[in-house]
Ligand binder design. Sequence first.
Ligand code: ADP
Ligand code: MG
Length: 506
Amino acid sequence: MTSDTRFSQEELFWQTRIFDSLSYPSVVIAPDKSVVGANKKFYDTYKLSREDIIGKMCFHIFLYKDTPCNSEDCPISKVLKSKTNHSYTIKHQYKWEERVFSPIFDDRGAVAFVISSIRDITRTKSLENQLIGVKELISRVMYSSASAIVAADRQGNIELMNSVAKELFGDYNGGEGKITHTEQLYPPGKAKEIMKMLRDEKIGSKGKLIIPRTTIVNFKGEEIEVEMSAAIIYDDTGEESATMAIYNDLKDKIKVEKQLKYTQRQLAQSEKMASLGQLAAGVAHEINNPLTGVLFYASLLLEREDLDEGAKEDLSYIVEDANRCKNIVKSLLVYSRSTDTNKNIVQINEIVEQSLKLVRDQKKFRNTKIIRYLADEMMLINADTNKLNQVIINLVINAADAMEGSGKITLNTYKDKLHKKVFLEIKDTGGGIPRENLSKIFDPFFTTKEVGKSTGLGLSIVYGIIEEHGGTISVKKTGAKGTTFVIEFPMYVPREEGPFLCNLAL
Ligand SMILES: Nc1ncnc2c1ncn2[C@@H]1O[C@H](COP(=O)(O)OP(=O)(O)O)[C@@H](O)[C@H]1O
Ligand SMILES: [Mg+2]
């Protein structure tokens, strides 16, 4: 450095001392970019001597080049021009350095020199890289998680939602919904309740909460059942800094549970029906013979000429009632599958049309609209036409009864080619079946209709016939708007004839 006449020797001494005592290696550069001095730390750090650097150009020292760098990138040019600090970081021999260039002004405020301090930022850089790595890992873990994750600040403002959460809650910061606050994630008041539980050490451990089943709302306001775990994130001083929650949609689990319950119910139902079937068959067979006797002898008596009118009338009641019993016995035998079956390959739509023809003109259907949506394709089943007519007639009569004379009955057929199933749905606009009756409607003699008007055998016969056809029948939907019964039949698939058979046929 050049000496300055304005400073005493003593001042110059301690100014040099200060320069040498700086903990960062520092170099002073003239505006022409030649190096005019360096402090002790610089010589020690880079193991250089005065001769190695004084009078050399900065690009020799800093960039180890023989030619000046592009003046636009040159930090010294920048400092000279802007009169403020400029810095850059560079990797130099396995070390990261931050080189800060600052102006040294003369009395007139012009930049007389530029001082460059070099800081070893290798450790900071490595920590920074580690942090970036950890951050990236956390973000990758979060975004690849199968659970929905939401993090919010202390005020409940949502800071982060992973893609599963965005999907679960709907359009995040995008559509009309705009979920920005945790209160929007729950039914009213629930967010506060969750925070209260989180802070309560009696529930779980402090700051942690697991709720196996709870309700959240998506941006459309729809409620969704989830399993949830939440936590308060504390900073180093133990202060609450954020909250986070992980949600798992229970939709699939609930579906499986429902399916399981349904299957269990079906199983119990079919076991019950099987034993009732045996009972019905036993009773029907036992009653059938004496009943035939009653009918035979009563009819014989009726033919006698010497009977007075009163006795004849009484006898005709006996015959009438015995015939009713006979019909019930017949129904029981159908239900218990003790009657002959005559199966053929038939188009289900044709059976539907045929059955409707049989009932259409009955008084019961006068104010009833019958609509058919019969799939326009071949839907073959192996069935006893007469028995299936009975099924459809029973179901439409029940539908008409449920509508008390006026309403709409819709018959709908379709198929599931993949699973080789053919479906028939019968839907009415009646008053529905009360929940407590659902498990009883297929039982023989169960009826909610007037005593003497109905036998309560209709659905049990239907059940027996459908079982006989390898199908199932169930109530698909019921409520105040009506009831839908669905019958599922195995689809008849003709065996494909191989080329050998074709040749033979020719
Ligand atoms: N479509 C329907 N809507 C409402 N309830 C129905 C329907 N079908 C059947 N049910 C109920 O199931 C019971 C049993 O039906 P079913 O076995 O045909 O006997 P029944 O018609 O002689 O009463 C009916 O009494 C009624 O309570
Ligand atoms: Mg009935």
